[in-house]
Design a protein around this ligand. Structure first.
Ligand SMILES: Cc1cc2nc3c(=O)[nH]c(=O)nc-3n(C[C@H](O)[C@H](O)[C@H](O)COP(=O)(O)OP(=O)(O)OC[C@H]3O[C@@H](n4cnc5c(N)ncnc54)[C@H](O)[C@@H]3O)c2cc1C
Length: 501
């Protein structure tokens, strides 16, 4: 199994200790003993010098003077823009105990901790000057409990590995659309996953329980009834979560027997009409249809520049029978499809195993700048403002995506609290550093054009690092205040890096 993140092969210690496939009773006892021992540790925050930390954790503690520091620092960032921010120390944790020791060290040496899971944050939020970067990429275990229909998963388990593993037991889950994205950051920020509208709205609403190490160095379990502040925040706080998640227990869904996809393509000039038509069609289709409109480039038509810009409609259904899936997609197969459709493929079966087949093409490991918004306005209006802007897109690898979420129910009470009937994300992807400013500008301009239609943002895909208001507007006003309050309550010394002001 290809591992994500740093270049060192993970070991396998402690997987059965407190996380994996123990029976509920043994797990309960064990969790108690770990919690108890971690309390003892927390109580005695004695000096833990670097030498001692290195003795305890070994070669997985990397200092700035170590020869492998720069390789590991750079490879911690998934994409090719590597910000000039330099942690004082990188600790590759393999267990909750490693995390607890790191907290003791950080407290004793007056350092803050930034948490890195799979390194997919578009803005490298985990890479912070002079902090201890706690790298969780070794924590990838997955175990399924068929009886309860749940899985226990460590945060760095990748979406592709998770879906494959649970499919073997007959289950599925709204994992990220890109297989390399691990569940940790994805779930903490909300999680727009496969078949999400049918499976909880956002993936985080399928978290039944979280295991976290707190700022006090305690390993605790949180759910609706126990340590409920942590449970509330773990569902949406994203980079402002005030503890370290070491494991999730997730509710699973029955693996669908069939996935059908319909794809329709127009020249981008038709995009406004298409978006208006699609908005009506979405309301004629059941809520389990995942409907996207993508403004992108047709690599086969490059001349004159901008000529090949296209508008793609893609609708997928996960269903128990082919008949159900076909019926759900039928509104897109009528005679009223807007004129000028240049390509059409209807009711195409997609084996579950192929969901991530296009990852290398769709998510190339190049330079990325991304921003996103929620809107309740007419999608046709939004798209109408983007047609010329898409023709002027500096990179043919970039795209703008709209995801319809018209049926999203009332959100459960959790940190995740900002949503709209349409999600729009702008992805600039390019190769050369010489093109950075043109592509950055293109993303900023996209967001400016859509400012009047913007209801709020999505913490996992909005630029909260350069634009602090993105963070605040990723939550409802009330929930943002609550998150601030909880962060102060549970991490009063501000041990964990966050963007909360
Ligand atoms: C190619 C690509 C495709 C993507 N596709 C999707 C998609 O389909 N749907 C979607 O919703 N999002 C998607 N995203 C966005 C993705 O969900 C976020 O970037 C997410 O934060 C990445 O998770 P990570 O574990 O790599 O987080 P990291 O980048 O490692 O960490 C980001 C921040 O999350 C916090 N964090 C992460 N793990 C923990 C933990 N265990 N405990 C405490 N804090 C933690 C830290 O504050 C950290 O700074 C995609 C991103 C990329 C690059």
């Amino acid at each position: 199994m290809k591992k994500q993140g740093t270049d060192v092969s993970p070991g396998r210690i402690s997987r059965r200790q407190f996380f994996d496939g123990l029976t509920t009773a043994i797990r309960g006892l064990f969790a108690f003993s770990l919690t108890y021992s971690s309390r003892l540790l927390a109580r005695s925050v004695e000096q833990l010098p670097l030498g001692k930390l290195k003795t305890l954790i070994g070669h997985r503690v990397i200092s700035r003077t170590d020869s492998n520091y720069e390789v590991i620092r750079q490879s911690s960032v998934w994409q090719m823009i590597k910000p000039d921010r330099f942690p004082a120390l990188i600790v590759q944790a393999q267990s909750a105990n490693d995390i607890i020791e790191t907290i003791r060290y950080a407290r004793a040496s007056g350092k803050k901790i930034s948490v890195r899971c799979g390194g997919h944050s578009y803005y490298s939020s985990f890479l912070q000057d002079d902090m201890v970067m706690l790298d969780l990429s070794y924590l990838q275990d997955i175990s399924v409990d068929k009886e309860t229909g749940t899985a226990r998963v460590q945060p760095a388990a990748r979406s592709v590995d998770f879906l494959k593993n649970i499919a073997e037991h007959g289950f599925s889950f709204p994992a990220a659309h890109c297989g390399n994205v691990p569940l940790g950051g994805f779930l903490l920020g909300g999680g727009l996953g496969w078949n999400g509208e049918a499976w909880g709205g956002m993936a985080c609403f399928n978290i039944r329980e979280v295991e976290v190490v707190t700022a006090a160095g305690e390993l605790i379990t949180a759910d609706e009834n126990r340590n409920a502040d942590f449970y509330w925040a773990a569902r949406g706080a994203g980079p402002d979560f005030f503890a370290v998640v070491t494991g999730f227990t997730l509710d699973l869904y029955k693996n669908p027997a069939v996935i059908l996809t319909t794809t329709l393509v127009w020249e981008v000039g038709e995009a406004k009409t298409v978006a208006g038509w699609l908005d009506k069609k979405v309301r004629q289709m059941p809520d389990y249809v995942e409907t996207l409109l993508i403004l992108a480039d047709n690599p086969e038509q490059q001349q004159p520049p901008g000529a090949g810009r296209i508008c793609i409609v893609q609708a997928s259904v996960f269903a128990d029978t082919e008949e159900i899936a076909r019926t759900a997609l039928t509104p897109l197969a009528g005679d009223d499809i807007p004129g000028g459709c240049i390509d059409k493929s209807e009711f195409v079966p997609t084996p579950i195993a192929d969901l991530y087949e296009w990852d290398d093409t769709a998510y190339p490991r190049l330079r990325w700048d991304v921003d996103a918004l929620w809107s309740d306005d007419e999608p046709g209006e939004l798209v109408g403002k983007l047609v010329e802007h898409v023709r002027a897109m500096p990179s043919g690898k970039s795209s703008i995506l709209l995801l319809w979420k018209p049926y999203t129910r009332k959100l459960p009470d959790a940190a995740f609290s900002m949503i709209g009937s349409v999600y729009l994300a702008c992805y600039a992807i390019w190769t050369s550093p010489d093109d950075d400013s043109r592509n950055n500008h293109w993303v900023r301009k996209t967001m400016q054009l859509l400012e009047p239609h913007t209801k709020g943002h999505y913490i996992n895909e909005s630029n909260y690092v350069d634009i602090p208001s993105r963070r605040v507007n990723s939550f409802s006003h009330v929930n943002h205040s609550k998150l601030k309050h909880l962060a102060l309550k549970h991490d009063p010394d501000n041990l964990f890096h966050s963007y909360i002001e």
